[in-house]
Design a protein around this ligand. Structure first.
Ligand code: COA
Length: 334
């Protein structure tokens, strides 16, 4: 998988950025192998959380160097009290007690997130052994959205026939309202820009330009209208984003169908950013593309956080983890 030109390009860019990524799941052999590869190939510096002696033993047994890798056992960290106090202060108004903070800080996803908040790491990749909710909740609570009017969303990058597609929201926002859907569309477009692609955004539906009727068609059409208005604002104008909808997936992706169903569209037949009306459609499409279409799948990556925290699928292979670490490095570059 790492052979695709797309991911090789991402890795080459990541190597120039010298970022530090925390990996909270040091008990997982796939994580250790990915950490070794990334450190050895200077994709990032890694902080691996877990049982330091056990990890050292595994590295020694495999003949791997620990250069560019720091091992931290949260329960023995000299920064434990500092992180506990930070967590307590950040969450006491939400009802967290000092005793609860002392327990929660030892949960590796919280410890890793607090490392980022304290400036001791740039980003985190987790989820090989945790649900999406358990991986992203500490980030939502501690790292927080970078924009007060906009939530955090997620994107999968899927490489099909060598071409990257950005699919959202497949993992966080379940049933977004039009304004949220418009935000998701533009966050995803900006992720494509960050990864070096020119975004052509399709607001997907079972209807193209009113060919079908229904509540969710109205929702997607309203979201497209709001997103187009946002494209005129200083934040997004000049970013080269093109957007259209509501539009069906075949019209968005196939030029012949696009010309027939959406003549004159600047997106039809060329879409590379695919925005789904809800999490069911998005998540199912991602899995189908990967399992039946043979796409390389990276993510879900969070968008709109103050610092990147990204989630792995529990079925992730070592190369998926390496790819996601490289993408996370790119996201952490402001
Ligand atoms: C993301 C998710 C985990 C949050 O769940 P939760 O912890 O029960 O949600 P809560 O409403 O208690 O929110 C926890 C915090 O996150 C914040 N938050 C939740 N969703 C957010 C979003 N989209 N953007 C920004 N912040 C968000 C809340 O404001 C809250 O912050 P606070 O405690 O400081 O007030 C939930 O939306 C979810 O489960 N999504 C689907 C995950 C999933 O199963 N995906 C499919 C598999 S890939």
């Amino acid at each position: 998988m790492l052979e695709s030109k797309y991911i090789q390009g991402i890795i080459a860019k990541a190597k120039q950025l010298n970022k530090t990524v925390v990996l909270p799941e040091g008990e997982d052999h796939r994580i250790l192998e990915a950490a070794h590869y990334c450190a050895d190939n200077q994709i990032a510096k890694l902080i691996v959380l877990g049982d330091v002696e056990a990890i050292k033993a595994e590295f020694a047994a495999r003949g791997w160097s620990l250069n560019n890798i720091e091992l931290v056992d949260p329960s023995k960290s000299p920064r434990l009290q500092e992180y506990t106090d930070l967590l307590y202060n950040l969450r006491k108004e939400k009802g967290l007690t000092a005793e609860e903070a002392a327990k929660l800080v030892l949960v590796p996803n919280y410890f890793g997130t607090l490392m980022i908040k304290s400036g001791h790491a740039d980003a985190m990749v987790s989820g090989a052994n945790h649900s999406t909710a358990d991986t992203v909740r500490p980030a939502l609570q501690i790292i927080k959205s970078s924009c007060k009017d906009r939530g955090v969303s997620s994107v999968f990058v899927e490489v099909c026939n060598g071409k990257p597609y950005y699919l959202a929201d497949c993992a966080i926002n379940m049933y977004p309202e039009p304004k949220e859907l418009a935000d998701i569309a533009l966050q995803t477009a900006m992720t494509a820009v960050q990864f070096g692609d020119k975004p052509k955004v399709a607001m997907l539906s079972y209807s193209t330009y009113g060919s079908g009727k229904g509540e969710s068609v109205d929702k997607v059409r309203e979201a497209a209208k709001l997103a187009k208005a946002m494209l005129e604002t200083p934040e997004f104008s000049g970013c080269g984003i093109e957007l259209d909808g509501e539009i069906q997936a075949d019209a968005a992706l196939d030029m012949t169908v696009g010309n027939k169903k959406a003549p004159g569209s600047n997106v039809a037949g060329q879409a590379n950013v695919l925005i789904f009306p809800n999490i069911d459609a998005g998540n199912i499409a991602c899995k189908l593309l990967q399992r039946l279409g043979g796409a390389e799948a990276y993510g879900p990556m969070l968008q709109g956080l103050n610092a990147p925290v990204n989630d792995l699928s529990r079925g992730a292979l070592v190369e998926d983890i390496i790819g996601l670490i490289a993408m996370t490095v790119l996201q952490s570059h402001k």
